[in-house]
Design a protein around this ligand. Structure first.
Ligand code: AR6
Length: 175
């Protein structure tokens, strides 16, 4: 079995360029077209993505839904909606749930490689350091507990954020 640190990577990239089984979208609970990474994903995927999210209709905060990737190099898009940052513990659990819900859906679809943006850290206002700790903790807990051997990419949009995740990965025990 591959050790956990080898299944995690931190990169600085535009998530719409990644040829992975699934990229994750930082959507809103209504699945309405937005800005940020959602706007970039919808532009790159083409109109069929927005037709698909309109058919699904909603993604309650902390849950996840899946669509095709259409014109993207990624085969699937997993959409999840973070809460807007307010500093409460309840919100922390919901952000963690975004990652866990996406990974549960990925396992159910046999997805071997999945890339996450830093969900919540743009328009929804989460401080990057705090969000990274929650994201990383949720991903490590899920990967440690799940039988699937999938790999996770933290696809950051700044060098600082990439460094944050790289440090967290480097601190994991290798056994
Ligand atoms: N690739 C990777 N990361 C990106 C990209 C990209 N192409 N573009 C932006 N980011 P945000 P949220 C980073 O605002 O905070 C939407 O409109 C960005 O730098 O996209 O969860 C939805 O519809 C930031 O670190 O998502 C919701 O209404 C991270 O992606 C709302 O915004 C997330 O920023 C969700 O807000």
């Amino acid at each position: 079995m591959t050790v956990l640190p080898d299944r995690l990577t931190a990169i600085e990239a535009d998530i719409t360029t990644l040829a992975v089984d699934a990229i994750v979208n930082a959507a809103n609970a209504q699945l309405l077209p937005g800005g940020g990474v959602d706007g970039a994903i919808r532009r790159a995927a083409g109109p069929k993505l927005t037709q698909a999210t309109a058919r699904i209709g909603a993604c309650p905060t902390g849950t996840a839904v899946i669509t095709g990737g259409y014109d993207l190099p990624a085969r699937h898009v997993i959409h999840t909606a973070a809460p807007v940052w307010d500093g409460s513990e309840k919100q922390d659990a919901l952000l963690a749930s975004c990652y866990t819900s996406a990974l549960i859906l990925a396992d159910a679809h046999g997805i071997a490689s999945i890339a996450f943006p830093a969900i919540g850290t743009g328009i929804y206002g989460w401080p990057s350091e705090h969000a990274a700790k929650i994201a990383f903790g949720a991903v490590v807990r899920h990967l440690s507990a799940s039988a699937a051997q999938n790999t996770v990419i933290f696809c950051c949009f700044s060098a600082d954020d990439r460094e944050r995740y790289a440090h967290l990965i480097a601190a994991l025990p290798r056994t």
